[in-house]
Design a protein around this ligand. Structure first.
Ligand code: SAM
Ligand code: SF4
Length: 317
């Protein structure tokens, strides 16, 4: 369906939980999420009905995210049923990768075609610091499991954080020399509560090119990342610049939160509830949400924090 600004909305990101087995400092508070009542969260049936309603309006691609989607007990069933909805041609997932040794193969069998994994540092101590409770070794086992399961075009996402991983841009980019993966650098967005990391930690994605002068522009794939390639690399370098060069004019996505709110824009407080509705009700609300998708998210900086009213774990990134 085309919104009032002429953008064709074909992509829905679904957060299946706001809980996580890590606690990344820029994403969620140390204490985790204050548990909402089970009854406030979307059931599997409701998620699938929402996918069916969205598909009826022209959504063709779904990304399952969170919080951490792999901690959800019925994640395989949600993926399998989403992939089977008529009109959905692509099901992908964004995950921290920790549970992939157990789940990579079943996810592939359930119809998940592509994975994005999050990795901000290659230093074990820094990984433990940024995630508060994670282990780099566990991430590495997850990446290997995804490759062994036959996932192709894996994307690894790093949030650029000044004073934390700016000295690691080259070593992260060099993962594309050894693995057939894309390495994407994402500008940190000033969310509702981005913890210790704020404006002074912001690095524009252009810094990546300053550090990698040999990177050449690659073939673009129509996604939000601008693609580059190191000579001889097996994958691309991607720059995602929601802050320094927003891509709102080409935005084709909406988001569904774990508590059933459609967010037509990541950084707007506009929310449309699907919870408790049937197919027709959801389709009607989705139509209204898509039509009213804001033109752009406004400036994002220390003075203009995201208006989302939620942290990233409660939206899905
Ligand atoms: N738990 C999964 C993971 O980490 O991949 C999926 C959910 S996580 C919210 C999705 C993505 O959002 C991750 O790549 C994470 O690094 C990114 N993210 C979280 N907070 C962010 C922020 N303030 N600015 C930019 N990206 C952020
Ligand atoms: Fe969890 Fe992902 Fe947020 Fe890290 S970025 S706390 S892994 S939801």
């Amino acid at each position: 369906m085309v919104d009032r600004h002429g953008r064709n909305i074909t992509y829905m990101r679904i957060s299946v939980t706001d809980k996580c087995n890590l606690r990344c400092r820029y994403c969620m508070p140390e204490e985790g999420v204050c548990s909402k009542s089970h009854f406030d969260m979307m059931t599997e049936e409701e998620i699938i009905t929402a996918v069916e309603a969205a598909a009826a309006l022209g959504i063709t691609k779904v990304r399952i995210t969170g919080g951490e989607p792999l901690i959800k007990k019925n994640i395989l069933s949600i993926c399998r049923r989403t992939a089977a909805v008529e009109g959905i041609g692509e099901v992908c997932m964004t995950t921290n990768g920790i549970l992939l040794p157990r789940l990579a193969k079943p996810l592939k069998e359930a119809g998940v075609q592509r994975l994005n994994l999050s990795l901000d540092t290659l230093d074990p101590e820094k990984y433990a610091y940024i995630t508060r409770i994670g282990s780099l070794e566990a991430f590495q086992r997850g990446l290997e499991a995804a490759l062994d399961a036959g996932f192709e075009k894996i994307k690894i996402n790093a949030v650029l954080i000044g004073g934390f991983n700016d000295k690691e841009i080259r070593s992260l980019a060099q993962l594309t020399m050894g693995y057939p993966v894309d390495m994407r650098f994402i500008e940190m967005m000033p969310m509702y509560d981005s913890g210790d990391f704020d404006q002074q930690a912001f690095i524009p994605s252009s810094k990546v090119l300053d550090i990698l002068p040999e990177a050449v522009a690659g073939e673009q794939d129509g996604g939000v990342a601008k693609l580059y390639r190191l000579p001889g690399a097996k994958g691309n370098i991607g720059l995602i610049s929601p802050v320094s060069a927003h891509f709102c004019g080409n935005c084709n996505r909406i988001r569904l939160t774990a508590d059933g709110k459609i967010k037509p824009c990541l950084h707007s407080s506009d929310e449309y509830s699907l919870k408790g509705l049937d197919f027709d009700g959801m389709k009607q609300v989705l139509e209204e949400a898509i039509w009213n998708k804001p033109a752009w998210h406004g400036d994002l900086d220390a003075q203009h924090r995201s208006q989302a009213g939620r942290n990233m774990n409660q939206i899905g990134g």
